[in-house]
Design a protein around this ligand. Structure first.
Ligand SMILES: NC(=O)c1ccc[n+]([C@@H]2O[C@H](COP(=O)([O-])OP(=O)(O)OC[C@H]3O[C@@H](n4cnc5c(N)ncnc54)[C@H](O)[C@@H]3O)[C@@H](O)[C@H]2O)c1
Length: 283
């Protein structure tokens, strides 16, 4: 199986390397040569740390690194591929254009998968003449560590395409779950949103402090981080915008962003990256 990964940002670089670690021949493409260089540097660093920790031999690390070839040319990347994973910017117009280009350049049997977190495959498959070969394949950051892949069937995805995606996930050493319907947020983000929304409701209602809600979730549910700590870690603007997106697309009051979350974002207290969010982070 020959894999092509399009977009070498935080996700694409590691999707390609995870496949390389499992013996897959990968072409990694990005229009920006600087991004390809950074992807290679970062992947080499991850592999070296595994060698230092004794989890990988030097030969295995070299082999995994060499299995990922890079190019800025989309045609070169995909012309011999069997399976393509798109991981470019989260922008519908850019992804539509990329899917049109992929449909023209990839062999007619190649599956076109999108790693998008929010764009259902039907919007991209419509740009191609092979909707039955398109689906969402949603990896989690950081891909070299996080075991899960959500595979989402679009309204026109064939059973064979689903099987091929499940097989690619297995080959890459990742656990896959299958969604039979295209829905906003897939499984993980929907459950995370629901739990986080409940945490904000408790906070807004004055039931408990955010610290105590985090402690309850960490000690009582064994989550590694409570919702407020996790929000600070990912960026409160990210949490806020995701909520606003769900609220606007569903009109469902359950998704309306919390008043206190909105206030934090307006004050520019976005979490770790700004030194303060719910908690303070001394640099
Ligand atoms: N970051 C996450 O936590 C995460 C998790 C799951 C899924 N995703 C999804 O993965 C995708 C990529 O996210 P990311 O965080 O890696 O973004 P990123 O901004 O780090 O990387 C995007 C890359 O795409 C490249 N690119 C843009 N347009 C291109 C084009 N036309 N052709 C080739 N390359 C192009 C950019 O140069 C950049 O290197 C998005 O759809 C996002 O929703 C992200």
């Amino acid at each position: 199986m020959r894999l092509a990964v399009v977009g070498a940002g935080s996700m694409g670089a590691q999707i390609a390397q995870q496949a390389g670690l499992h013996g897959v021949d990968v072409m990694l493409q990005d229009q920006d040569p600087g991004q390809l260089h950074r992807a290679q540097e970062s992947n080499r660093g991850h592999l070296s740390r595994r060698v230092e920790k004794g989890r990988l031999s030097q030969e295995e690390a070299d082999r995994a690194f060499e299995l990922v070839s890079v190019t800025t040319d989309l045609r070169t990347a995909v012309e011999h591929s069997d399976f393509v994973i798109e991981a470019v910017f989260e922008d519908l117009d850019i992804k539509r254009l990329v899917f049109r280009e992929l449909d023209a350049a990839a062999p007619s049997h190649a599956v076109l998968a999108s790693n998008s977190s929010t764009i259902g495959i039907s919007k991209l498959a419509a740009e191609t003449g092979r909707a039955e070969l398109c689906l969402n394949m949603h990896f989690f950051y950081p891909v070299l560590v996080m075991d899960l892949v959500e595979i989402v069937r679009g309204p026109r995805t064939s059973d064979e395409t689903v099987e091929r995606a499940l097989e690619v996930a297995r080959t890459m050493g990742r656990t896959a779950v299958l969604l039979n319907k295209e829905i906003d947020g897939f499984i993980v983000n929907r459950i995370l949103h629901a739990a986080t929304q409940e945490a904000y409701r408790l906070l807004d209602a004055g039931v408990a402090s955010f610290e105590d809600i985090d402690t309850a979730v960490e000690k009582g549910l064994n989550w590694p981080m409570g919702p407020f700590r996790l929000g600070d870690f990912s960026g409160l603007d990210v949490t806020y915008n995701a909520r606003l997106h769900m609220f606007r697309t569903t009109g469902d009051e359950r998704y309306r962003p919390s008043r206190q979350l909105e206030a934090k974002v307006k004050e520019g207290k976005l979490g770790r990256k700004t030194g303060e969010g719910w908690y303070r982070y001394d640099q």
